[in-house]
Design a protein around this ligand. Sequence first.
Ligand SMILES: Cc1ncc(COP(=O)(O)O)c(C=O)c1O
Length: 482
Amino acid sequence: MPTYNPDLNDLHAWDKDFVWHAFTQMAEYEPLLIERGEGVYLFDTDGNRYIDGSASMWCNVHGHRHPRLDGAITNQLAKVAHTTNLGLSNPTTVHLAQRLADITPRGLEKVFFSSDGSSATEAALKIAFQYWHQSETEGETHPPQSTSHRTKFVSLGEAYHGDTLGAIGVGGVDRFTSIFSPLTFESIRVPGPGMTASMSSTGDGGPRTDDSSRRTTAAATLHELENLFKNQGNEIAALIMEPLVQAAGGILVHPPGFLRAVRELTQRFNILLILDEIAVGFGRTGTMFACEQENVSPDILCLGKGLTAGYLPMAATITTAAIWKQFLGSHKDGRAFYHGHTFGGNPLAAAVALESLALFEEEHILEQLPERIQQLQGHVARIAKLPHVGDTRQCGLVAGIDLVADKDSRRPYPWEDKMGTVACMAARQHGALLRQLGDTVVIMPPLSISSSELADLLHAAESAIRETTQAPAGLPSGSVLS
Ligand SMILES: Cc1ncc(COP(=O)(O)O)c(C=O)c1O
């Protein structure tokens, strides 16, 4: 075959012709090719520079091309790029598992590696199911005659746990998933406490009609959970939730104490708690893990995205020793966890994950976050005053800004207008890459962002929102901490 160096026009055309982009209407897609990165900046093939305002889909932690992270990968590459973890192991992966057991909340010890967040939650659901099955049939000869009654999962409205069939079974963002409902198992969905009125219609896929979209309070959710556990507790394998903030549902922030109260209920009724920290783990909410803020340790913890500082695909499902023990026995008992992925525990990913954890310690990343979080708070408060901004929500270094047709009533824009998408496209002209969730503009930069870079990002977001909603020129009153 002749060698051929494609020019930019070819690449733009091929991007439309050959690449099927995730969550994208390809008939309307306009290519933007990112060629390289440096710190919080990304550069396109024309040399334009953008601040990575979505941390490359919520996963970049220390910026792009960090010399220590790049070096960790090349060092590992000099040893081996990949070996399987089916029945054998690798020193780097073993080391990472030990470190994760060390830094995650007490009791979490056994690390099951996979390649992405959806696989981590999928594994968590299967582990919970198999755990109960094996607990309840203990002592029976193999294969057991009976099965567990614990076949149901509880999740919160607007939950997002990934896109594989099991994960969407416990998901609550119906516009993404309702079409697949004949293929999935049904979870018991309890309305979450973070819903806002302006979320009732969305940009990309039409209005939400499900019950989970209704506004509720933490007390109502807890009451509903308690009744559910009382009446059906012995049929429930686990409750799965995103702690503190439901990200893909629209940056829906839970009130303080909610997670703790859910944990107490699951303990009281002997129901496993799966916490999905794929979006919020590794410093996003201001602590290494979100659940630390309410002194909660789940039975199963799911990690992904920031685990490798956003460099390589890797995820982890971490359980207690009590769960793990139910999988032990002779091979003749058939109790092993028959589940796995080719690249689970990949040594390159493990190497960069280990180096990222070292950076957290040595560069005091968590200690520097409060200042940045406060700066974000100050500027979001100012954006909140714009005439077409409804609710704004923040948890740590993530914020959601709702665009609404009417500020007082929080009436949404018609979803066909895609105002969130339009605003994020406008932000590109101001040097920022942002990603919307319906009509919610999301600010989620790498944790390493400096004060002046964050100020630039927020100015870009504000300018884009002003232009899109045709807000009058001039600054809304209020202070900006930058
Ligand atoms: C909370 C949560 N869980 C699971 C996932 C799925 O992760 P992945 O896209 O790596 O499969 C995501 C992705 O955004 C997420 O935010």
